[in-house]
Design a protein around this ligand. Structure first.
Ligand code: HEC
Ligand code: HEC
Ligand code: HEC
Length: 109
């Protein structure tokens, strides 16, 4: 009886390990919260100003940040519509909800 139980334990542990490994491999390949993942494709890419601008511009022309306080965040803290790589076609890059963090959308001064 004991040996059968151990065998069961051993095989479920191996199964869990295989699952865990699978998760780790997927996360390493596509960790959306890691800015390095995004910058593999979007580094040094020029950033256009938003087409209709009712708020201060976030990125610089070169792809950096106008406000230092924004540098520490994950890209997807703002670009929360990005949930897959490759992204679905026709995704709107300017659709960012400032109120994810701000009490209200910061306005132009
Ligand atoms: C604080 C919020 C915020 C963060 C953090 C942020 N973005 Fe943006 N991003 C925006 C906004 C808003 C726009 C629309 C243009 C603008 O307002 O500057 C934009 C535009 C873009 C665009 C489209 C540019 C174009 O030319 O159409 C890309 C690509 C992009 N961001 C990538 C990134 C990447 C990569 C990161 C992480 C390194 C990142 N963003 C971090 C808010 C953010
Ligand atoms: C494998 C390459 C690749 C990776 C990785 C990638 N992107 Fe993209 N991204 C693209 C392509 C291609 C487009 C569509 C072409 C374009 O508009 O520049 C795009 C478009 C965008 C846009 C819309 C730009 C616009 O013009 O409206 C945003 C915002 C964006 N990506 C953010 C991100 C964020 C945030 C990450 C990380 C979570 C990320 N991307 C990871 C390739 C990538
Ligand atoms: C992921 C969180 C986050 C998002 C989303 C975000 N911000 Fe911020 N932002 C911050 C933090 C944190 C600060 C620094 C503390 C403060 O001033 O509130 C800041 C500061 C700022 C500042 C400079 C200080 C000020 O209030 O004048 C501006 C301007 C600004 N953000 C604009 C925006 C705009 C516009 C958007 C949407 C396009 C946006 N932010 C989205 C986190 C965020």
């Amino acid at each position: 009886m004991i040996s059968k139980k151990l065998l069961l334990l051993a095989s479920s542990a191996a199964f869990a390990a295989a699952l865990g490994f699978g998760f780790a491999a997927t996360a390493a390949a596509e960790d959306l919260s890691d800015n390095a993942t995004c910058l593999e494709c979007h580094a040094d890419e020029p950033r256009a100003a938003p087409e209709s601008s009712d708020h201060p511009r976030i990125h610089t022309d070169e792809g950096g940040f106008n406000v230092e306080d924004h540098e520490m965040w994950s890209c997807i803290d703002c670009h929360d519509m990005i949930t897959e790589i490759p992204h679905p076609e026709g995704i709107d890059g300017s659709a960012v909800n400032c109120t994810n963090c701000h009490d209200s959308t910061p306005t132009m001064e």
